[in-house]
Design a binder for this molecule. Structure first.
Ligand code: 6GU
Length: 245
């Protein structure tokens, strides 16, 4: 997969050289390119923003600068399908389902806005041109710009690419996975630490008992921390025992 990130703070994306995503880049599983939006500014101050029409606080990023940048980075239409991702707190929420869908894409271009955001005509223009444009938020809080969201998107999508996570089984039973539950608590050695014991069921070696214990804890945790996820679970995915937990 190829991912381009355009930002006025390209150094913000430096962590993408580390850990699993960094390794995926070095081994060629992920072709990640970071661009400085100011390279497409034309005045000597390399201006990318201006005051909002209609008034109000803050600055808005200029569509002409973004248009030149995105035309260059998106390339010719016949380079194949590409998704334009615009992180914004007013977007649809980015979830594990979104990451799974985007992991099937050949190319993502992530346009990081700052200030009060990017002139709305930018998304409109590329939609009109047939580009899949996704305006997404990473949660209900406000950040100073799209860069942290770009890090989130690249890590969440990148780890789903074949070969990036060493053991693909670790993608199966995780929070926000297909089961719709948060993950159960996990333990390792030593079996007793600071007077705290690993739950007996996990030491039993009895696979059915371990599976039942884990599902019960996942249900309890989800009910306590994220009742909204339980409500969203189709009623027929809970068995009689689940309902008692
Ligand atoms: Cl994608 N951008 C900004 N600036 N703030 C956010 C966000 C994105 N998602 C949540 N808050």
């Amino acid at each position: 997969m190829r991912v381009d990130v355009v930002s006025i703070f390209p150094d913000y994306l430096a962590p993408l050289e580390l850990s699993l995503v960094g390794k995926a880049r070095r081994t060629g599983l992920l072709d990640l390119r970071v661009h400085d939006l100011r390279d497409w500014a034309t005045d000597r101050h390399r201006t990318v923003d201006d005051t909002p029409f209609g008034g109000g606080a803050g600055m808005v990023m200029r569509p002409d600068v973004w248009g030149r940048a995105l035309d260059d980075v998106l390339g010719d239409a016949d380079d194949g399908p590409v998704r334009l991702v615009i992180p914004t707190p007013s977007g649809e929420v980015f979830t594990q389902r979104t990451a799974e869908a985007w992991a099937q894409d050949e190319r993502l271009v992530i346009a990081c806005g700052r200030y009060e955001g990017i002139d709305a005509r930018v998304a409109e223009r590329y939609r009109e041109r047939g580009v899949a444009v996704s305006e997404v938020s990473i949660g209900d809080y406000v950040l100073n710009g799209g860069e942290v969201a770009a890090l989130v998107v690249v890590e969440a999508v990148g780890r789903l690419l074949p070969g990036v996570v060493g053991n693909p089984e670790s993608l199966v039973e995780e929070s926000h996975g297909a089961a719709g539950l948060l993950e159960y608590p996990v333990y390792t050695k030593p079996p007793a630490w600071e007077g705290l014991e690993v739950p007996e069921a996990l030491l039993s070696g009895h696979h059915a008992r371990i599976a039942r214990w884990r599902r019960d804890r996942a249900l309890e945790r989800t009910a306590a921390r994220r009742p909204d996820l339980l409500d969203a679970l189709a009623a027929d995915t809970l068995d009689a025992h689940d309902r008692e937990v």
